[in-house]
Every structure is written in structure tokens, then in C-alpha cells.
Design a binder for this molecule. Structure first.
Ligand code: FES
Ligand SMILES: [Fe+2]
Length: 377
């Protein structure tokens, strides 16, 4: 059996796109690679944890997970946003158990330990006589949080995982000035969240990301409706440091009716931000995708749908837009499963990349390789 180091080293990140191959199949099927990704990628990168609109009031909170770790994000009484591991310091139960809500304090349901909104341990029932118990050192463990546009991001990286300072960029530095400047004029603050949908895919999380990043390569074959509104030959791919923008002019002539009705404007923008967050923007509609590994061959993708008008009057139109998105996902489910099966085959190790279409995948694979190398020696 190959060592983990050999598996990681079998990808050559230095090959330019015309010479490059994909990461090897073993990266998609080996449990050791999966575990390493949780550690080196998900536990160290900025991850979407909530929407800003969920956390406006003091005491509002959202629970979520980052790389399998329970997380709670809370707006303090002092209005400061904070993130914590949602793990009680007594016997490790989740302190907050609802997906979101408002609270005066954070009380663990198991034995009633109580923490302030700022994470300090305040109440410990029946705990007199316990020696050398430092209450101040038993607050909830914090994580970093940072806000960009409509979203709150969190990072669970601990001090032991931290490499020299430049290696742990702030969210702003990680996103980079280019991306921040490109997104700003879209005016995302005027879009309102309407609905969340969960999709499950029988594949490794990277199969979903690769599929997203193939520069529209699969669109004419798998998504006839979407294909009818995109100008395929003018579909562009632009790589940033940690993101890829794919964009396409939209056409109305010959558009399939259902898709054409809700995919209007002059262009579609598809932003992928390493490793697992996507922003899909059309005039009058946006959705985001958060790709969550649930096992080496199981992936959950959370879609959040946003619209400029979420009143009852706009409901029908918004719903029609969501249904078009749903159809595209349904079309991708089967192909992702098929790819995962093929990756397990003796007949496949890696494949070549289209220079015209697959620069985004090339960037993804190189960034991933760099992250996996970090703690492998
Ligand atoms: S585990 Fe939270 S109070 Fe005991
Ligand atoms: Fe697709």
C-alpha cells in the first residue's frame, strides 16, 4: 500500500495547464486523504458559518459545523460577533442545540452549565467542593470570525496548527483585493435570503467542486435548459489567487422557456472561493453553495437562494427560479455518482485537462496540493 506521502507526491503541481493532469483517483477514495483534508483544509481555512442577517440582535446565535466540529456563532450583549466551539467544558455536550435563535445566555442542556453570550462560564450547578477548578479558564473555546458581504465566516485553526503569521491570512487577505472589489458593485446587500435547500451527492466533495469548475464543459451535454441561455463559446474562466470566476454572456434568443424566464440580464457570474464556497449571480437572483464533506464518498451541498424582493408578490417568480436551480442539481447528481464509481475503477488513475475550459480545476488541485503538503513529511 502506498504511503500518504507517496499519494500526495504523485500529483505534480508544477506542470502548466497544457501539460497538467488532474489529481490522482486515490485522492477521491482514500480515507487517509479524506482525514488529512479535514485537518489541513477544513480546519485551517475560512468557512461560511452564517448569514449576517441571522445575527443582527444581541443574543442571536447560529449553530453549525466546520470540518465536523460543532460551532456556535453569537452576537454578544456588547454587539460583538463571536464564534465558539459548541462543546461544553463539563462533559462535551453541544451547548446550543437549535439551528438558530436568540438567547440571554448559553445554557448546556445536559447538566445546566451556563455561559454568557461572550463565552464566559457563569453557572455550574452542584459544583461546590470541587478543588482547583478555575472557572475563568473554562469558558467556551473561541474561534475566529470575520464578515464579508452578506456572510459570516469562521476559522477553527488552533494555535498548534498555525504556521508562521503570513500563512494564516485574515479573511480579507485570503479573499484578496481583486475579489472584494469585483463583488462590491454587485450590491449584494440588497438581496434577501429566501430559502435553503440541502442536496446530497454520492461522491467525494472534490467531484462536486471539479464538476462546478469545468468551465461550462459539461453544460451543453448535461444541462440543456441552462445551455440554452448561456453563450457557450464566450464562456470565460479567470483565476485569482484563491478563487475562480467563470462567467458567461446570457442570450435570450432560443432560450428554453422555463430557464429563460428566470435567467435574464446580460451575464451570469459563477464565483468559486477555495475550497468549498460558490456564489452564483444572475441579475435578480443569487444562490450560494456550501460543499460539506460527509465521508470520503458522501457530500452535502447547501444552497441558499437570495432575491431582491422576497415579498409574497414575488414568491411565484422566485420559486420558479429555485426550481430551475433544483433541476440543474438533479442533473448533476447522477454524473457525480458515476464519476465516483469510475474513480474507484482499476481502469482510471488521472485525466488530462482542457486548456480552454478547465483552468479552474487546475487551480483547485494546486491549492489543495499545497494545503495537504503542510503537515506531511
Ligand atoms: S456537559 Fe454541559 S453541563 Fe455537563
Ligand atoms: Fe452541472
Amino acid at each position: 500500500m502506498k504511503s500518504l506521502k507517496e499519494i500526495i507526491d504523485s500529483y505534480d503541481p508544477s506542470a502548466p495547464l497544457p501539460q497538467a493532469s488532474t489529481i490522482p483517483a486515490s485522492w477521491y477514495i482514500d480515507e487517509r486523504v479524506y482525514e488529512l483534508e479535514l485537518q489541513n483544509v477544513f480546519a485551517r481555512s475560512w468557512q461560511l458559518v452564517a448569514r449576517v442577517d441571522q445575527l443582527l440582535q444581541p443574543g442571536s446565535y447560529v449553530t453549525t459545523e466546520i470540518g465536523g466540529e460543532p460551532i456556535v456563532v453569537v452576537r454578544g450583549a456588547d454587539k460583538v460577533l463571536r464564534g465558539f466551539f459548541n462543546v461544553c467544558r463539563h462533559h462535551a455536550a453541544a451547548v446550543m442545540t437549535e439551528p438558530e435563535g436568540t438567547a440571554n445566555h448559553l445554557r448546556c442542556p445536559y447538566h445546566g452549565w451556563t455561559y454568557s453570550l461572550e463565552g464566559e462560564l457563569k453557572g455550574t450547578p452542584d459544583f461546590t467542593g470541587v478543588c482547583d477548578f478555575d472557572r475563568a479558564a473554562n469558558g467556551l473555546l473561541s474561534i475566529e470570525t470575520s464578515v464579508w458581504e452578506n456572510w459570516v465566516f469562521g476559522r477553527t485553526e488552533t494555535s498548534e496548527q498555525r504556521l508562521p503569521p503570513n500563512d494564516s491570512p485574515s479573511l480579507e487577505n485570503f479573499l484578496g483585493a481583486d475579489l472584494i472589489t469585483e463583488i462590491r458593485p454587485l450590491g449584494l446587500e440588497s438581496l434577501h435570503w429566501m430559502e435553503r435547500r440541502h442536496y446530497s451527492f454520492d461522491c467525494n466533495w472534490k467531484v462536486f467542486v471539479d464538476n462546478y469548475l469545468d468551465g461550462g464543459y459539461h453544460v451543453p451535454h448535461l444541462h440543456k435548459g441552462l445551455d440554452s441561455v448561456l453563450d457557450y463559446s464566450n464562456y470565460m474562466i479567470e483565476n485569482g489567487e484563491h478563487f475562480c470566476l467563470q462567467w458567461s454572456p446570457l442570450v435570450s434568443e432560443g432560450a428554453e422557456a422555463q430557464t429563460g424566464a428566470v435567467r435574464q440580464g446580460d451575464r451570469a457570474l459563477y464565483y468559486w472561493i477555495y475550497p468549498n464556497f460558490m456564489i452564483n449571480w444572475y441579475q435578480g437572483a443569487m444562490d450560494t453553495n456550501l460543499v460539506i464533506p460527509r465521508g470520503v464518498d458522501k457530500t452535502e451541498v447547501i444552497f441558499d437562494f437570495y432575491f431582491p424582493d422576497v415579498s409574497a408578490a414575488a414568491r411565484e417568480r422566485n420559486q420558479a427560479s429555485i426550481e430551475v436551480g433544483q433541476r440543474i442539481q438533479d442533473e448533476d447528481v447522477a454524473i457525480c455518482k458515476s464519476v465516483q464509481r469510475g474513480l474507484n475503477s482499476r481502469a482510471y488513475n488521472s485525466g488530462r485537462l482542457s486548456v480552454r475550459r478547465e483552468a479552474g480545476e487546475h487551480l483547485f488541485h494546486r491549492l489543495l496540493h499545497a494545503d495537504l503538503l503542510h503537515t506531511i513529511s
